[in-house]
Design a protein. Structure first.
Length: 324
């Protein structure tokens, strides 16, 4: 019986003996196939360039220009906008100092996005587990209930949260009526209000990816863990979480990215005093009339998101490798 190496040599020899015309025809067919694939990809590439890469390039260019007197830009190269991200110039003596307000807003954005991600994970993981462990014909109903908030406009959902937590809202009225508090609790226009609103808004984005991973989980492994006298926490930590980690990572990314760039929720629940980076960027393009600074802040926000995601994915991959 011929060995694998003999078979490989025979195939290579036959290929080398193929007529030159057949080789050219095969190469031409391959080139045509590649060209047709590029033609099919062309519309999506054009949309990607125009709708995604194009605006980013415009922002990158604007960040190196001079601001106009009444908005817009002056087409002259300048790095003042990038210096303005970290530094501010005194209007009286023209000295430079750290832009403390920008640092506070950046830190608040990162902090609230991280808090939102953690709490959506805390609430989303058991929700996904509950849906997965329901009978198969009931799962669609539970998923339908999870996705219902997406049917309502984000602005309306944020106003609903506002009605719940304002001084004369539902929560304060109930607590006052029960005699648990003497005066209304100030919840609106705080970081707590922003975090609460974002957890409510982005919770389905955490539930769905975790459910997609958990649905593929072989629960016989969970039963085997119990048969080996493992406790519930051990089964959760050693079996369930490692197997659904891709869903956890995907959900965390889907929540963190829009949360750090949230605009509507901080604007309505923060009351203008608890701004996030997106509100600061909007302020620069609007009342501030400093388009280059707004563009520089936009690019800086994108860089922060990319660095955070790279660190998170890298650490998650290392932890997964150690687990396996």
């Amino acid at each position: 019986m011929p060995s694998a190496s003999d078979v490989a040599e025979t195939v290579a020899h036959n290929s080398s003996q193929r007529p030159l015309g057949a080789q050219e025809a095969a190469a031409a067919a391959e080139r045509k196939d590649v060209r047709n694939r590029w033609y099919l990809m062309a519309p999506s590439l054009v949309i990607l360039i125009v709708a995604a890469i194009g605006p980013l390039l415009i922002m990158a260019v604007y960040s190196f220009l001079v601001k106009g007197s009444y908005g817009g830009v002056v087409w002259a190269f300048s790095t003042d906008a990038w210096a303005g991200v970290l530094l501010e110039r005194d209007i009286f003596d023209d000295t430079l100092s750290m832009a403390d307000a920008h640092m506070v807003i950046f830190w608040r954005s990162i902090k609230l996005a991280a808090i939102t991600t953690v709490f959506t994970l805390i609430f989303g993981f058991p929700t996904a587990y509950f849906i997965t462990t329901r009978p198969e014909r009931q799962r669609d109903v539970w998923l339908f209930l999870v996705t219902i908030p997406f049917w309502t406009n984000l602005l309306i959902r944020t106003f609903a949260i506002q009605e719940l937590i304002r001084r004369d809202g539902v929560i304060n009225n109930v607590l006052t009526g029960l005699g648990l508090i003497d005066e209304p609790i100030q919840m609106l226009n705080t970081d707590f209000a922003i975090a609460l609103g974002m957890v409510y808004v982005y919770l389905p984005l955490m539930v769905l990816p975790i459910y997609a991973s958990m649905e593929k989980l072989d629960f016989r492994m969970v039963e085997a863990g119990y048969d080996l006298y493992a406790g519930r926490l051990a089964v959760l930590r050693r079996i369930i979480i490692p197997l659904v980690k891709p869903g956890v990572i995907a959900g965390s990314i889907l929540v963190f990215i829009p949360a750090i760039g949230a605009y509507v929720t901080p604007a309505l629940l923060g009351g203008g005093r608890n701004m996030m980076v997106s509100n600061l960027i909007s302020l620069q393009f609007g009342q501030g009339r400093n388009w280059p600074l707004g563009a520089a802040l936009s690019i800086a926000l994108m860089a922060i998101v990319m660095v955070a995601l790279l660190i998170y994915v890298r650490n998650a991959s290392r932890a997964s490798a150690r687990t396996h």
